[in-house]
Each structure stands twice: as C-alpha cells, then as structure tokens.
Design a protein. Structure first.
Length: 194
C-alpha cells in the first residue's frame, strides 16, 4: 500500500478524506511524520495556498503528498471571506467568531448566494496536479446544526433543506466541495493504479 501524506492537522478533514480514499493508499497526517510546525499559507489565492502547503511538505520530507485549501466565497461580499476563511475574524482561527462576522456583514442583505471551493494540490513523483471541488448554496440568517466544522452551520447547499452542520457526515461526504475535489483526486490515483 502506498503512503500519501495529507498536509493537515485537522482531524475532521483527515477523517473525511480517509473515508473517501479507499484501498490503494494509506493516508498519513502531519503528526504521523512528526511535522508539528506551522505550514505557511501566505498566498492570496486558494489554489496558491494548497500548492504552497504541498510543496513545503514535499521539499522538506521528500514524500508524496497532497494539501488542500478551502474558502467560502459569498457573492454579496465580493467573494469574501475566500482565501481568508479560516482567519476571517482574526488570526486565532475561531470559527464561531468567523461565522458571527459573516452573519453580521450579511445582515439585511437579500442576495445570500455563496459557494464553498476546495483546491487540492497533489505532488506525486515530483509532479504537481490540481483538483477542484465547488458546491453552491446560500448563507442562512442564523446557525443550524451541530455536525461538521467551520462555516457548516450557516451554509445550506442548493437543493437541500439542511445545512452542512445538520447533515450526517456520510451525506455531507457525498456532496461537499471537499468530497468533489477528493473524488477527482481519487479517480486520478485509481487510474494510475490500474
């Protein structure tokens, strides 16, 4: 079984992705390779951050790896919080404060259109490839649900009555932006294994 490092310390992301990538690869976290430093995310694009993170791990450890970056892009806020989604309300990455800031900025705005976008940068045998996933939806006026993480309690995907935070993980995993990007990644990896 081949090993692939997922450049994250986020246990939620690790579980989501490990659930989707099946037999051919063993997914390891940064903790598994004793990488505890803060990986830089200084790009002004989601794609750039994903690439920066995977290059950091590949250059330092020489191991095939992938990294993702995700942003919530709200139409009425000109695509914000976007690349700054995790630290929208401050550097401490507090999603409660981030959500509250978004809800405050969206107060009274009727255009609630938003989308989650994930970009994965995969470095395999020294070559980089990108995989993208997007899901469209709306920002609610209040939080609903206990599952998930990040902005899940205020994001309701188009065609559903539930927020991501109200969905069981299995259901969210079928439709989420990360699931779409990971499926594209998995399809690519599976083709290589044929």
């Amino acid at each position: 079984m081949k090993k692939l490092i997922f450049a994250t310390n986020n246990q939620h992301k690790l579980e989501e992705v490990s659930h989707l990538i099946k037999d051919n690869y063993k997914i390891l976290s940064l903790k598994d390779i004793n990488c505890f430093e803060e990986i830089p995310e200084t790009s002004d694009t989601i794609k750039g951050n994903a690439s920066q993170k995977s290059h950091y791990i590949f250059d330092k450890f020489g191991i095939d790896c992938f990294a993702d970056d995700t942003g919530l892009e709200i139409e009425a806020l000109d695509g914000k919080p976007g690349v700054y989604s995790a630290r929208y309300a401050g550097e401490e990455h507090n999603f409660e404060k981030n959500m509250n800031k978004v809800l405050a900025e969206m107060n009274g705005i009727t255009n609630r259109k938003a989308r989650f976008k994930t970009v994965i940068s995969l470095i395999l045998n020294g070559e980089e490839r990108f995989f993208e996933g997007i899901i469209n939806g709306v920002i609610l006026t209040e939080k609903r649900g206990q599952e998930g993480f990040g902005y899940d309690p205020v994001f309701q995907p188009n065609g559903y009555d539930l927020t991501f935070a109200e969905m069981p993980l299995e259901e969210k995993n079928k439709i989420s932006h990360r699931a779409i990007a990971v499926r594209n990644l998995v399809n690519y990896l599976n083709k290589l294994s044929e």
